[in-house]
Design a protein around this ligand. Sequence first.
Ligand code: SDX
Length: 436
Amino acid sequence: MKLAENKATLSFSQGGAPIELPIYKGSIGPDVIDIRKLYAQTGMFTYDPGFLSTAATQSAITYIDGDKGELLYRGYPIEQLATNCDFLETCHLLLYGELPNAAQKAEFTSRVTNHTMVNEQMQFFLRGFRRDAHPMAVLTGLVGGLSAFYHDSTDINNPKHREIAAIRLIAKMPTLVAMAYKYSVGQPFVYPKNHLSYAGNFLHMMFATPCEEYKVSPVLERAMDRIFTLHADHEQNASTSTVRLCGSSGTNPFAAIAAGVACLWGPAHGGANEACLNMLEEIQAMGGISKVGEFMEKVKDKNSGVKLMGFGHRVYKNYDPRAKLMQETCNEVLTELGLENDPLFKLAKALEKIALEDEYFVSRKLYPNVDFYSGIVQRAIGIPVPLFTAIFALARTVGWIAQLNEMISDPEYKIGRPRQLFSGAVKRDVQPIGTR
Ligand code: SDX
């Protein structure tokens, strides 16, 4: 970042000397006012619950222009990556800053492929869960459990250790998600197959059984790969900020990623894809498109607590570019599977049309986000609804680890420790219980 010519001056209506605060510029996007010395100079904190106006870090990985609906991974538009690259090329880009050439891609793919197996002991973690446990509860446990196998071999201050941890996590997440699925349906775990692509291997581990050959459909393989790319990273969202804050204590990367999985589960975040599909099924059960108007009235009634899941975003005040690409993928997959008349897809498109013309949504700049269509395409692929967020976590792992490694490799990084505005009881003495 570079110092801007202009500065910010903070003056106080009750008098006292004004404070000058430096302003820094990035390569694109909003400038920042550096308030690191504010408390020392004024004895005051800034106040920004939810971090609506706070840059918690500088980063060179992902840039979002919410007004334009633009998303860049290391400068490349998501539209170009989703069309011209595959997920492992995108992983290489996010981790190392550049798209791989053919030789680098082959080497990176081979490294990931050769780390896809998990320790045989991992299956015993699963046995502790009920078969109907939510996959995100299982995945949070499994990823945290991974740290037990690597805790002693991960010195996060060693760049080589950080890199192998990144490869292990990217490689093993599909295996763990597929194991969580197989466990839930009472089928045997399927081991990775090294001759398959990253997405193909995931589909094989999910849907193959020992009883017959499972042929990966190239259309589903491409759709799955694109779903991974669209979810790979997204600047300083809640789960990425969780991973950064957790990792800032020096804990091992597996524990930090487990914290990210736990945060992503929430319906306001990655859990929205599952909540959105459930919402569509609920409207369908009520009567489908004819009931959309009634549902929308509930959404607009503040007291109903009902939200249009898959809509709205803290940063995008325009169409989420990922939602557009996800809708395209939906079209491709449904057409390929002869499901172009899928009632939920038609319902979702009708909902979107109504919402985009409704003053409530227009005035609040609420547009479809990545979660609005992702559930429909995953359901068409055969993925059960409760597994949607686990697949989001699988894909986001590369973003989490790239952001964590970026933080740890910054010699200036410190443990994150926000302060507060205290509004509780002032100092008072404990009274004997007989007089309380
Ligand atoms: C993801 O941060 C990221 O980058 C996340 C993510 C990523 O890739 O990591 O993009 C992934 O989490 C996408 C978002 C998935 N969540 C949902 O689809 C859940 C539904 N969306 C909302 O909960 C909400 O839009 C949030 C949480 C996504 C954003 O909330 P904000 O920024 O805190 O906005 P807000 O709640 O203050 O909403 C502003 C207004 C409010 O109305 P008013 O008080 O001004 O009258 O818009 C309303 C909200 O009530 N509103 C909605 C709505 N979203 C916002 N009303 C109905 N339906 C919605 N979905």
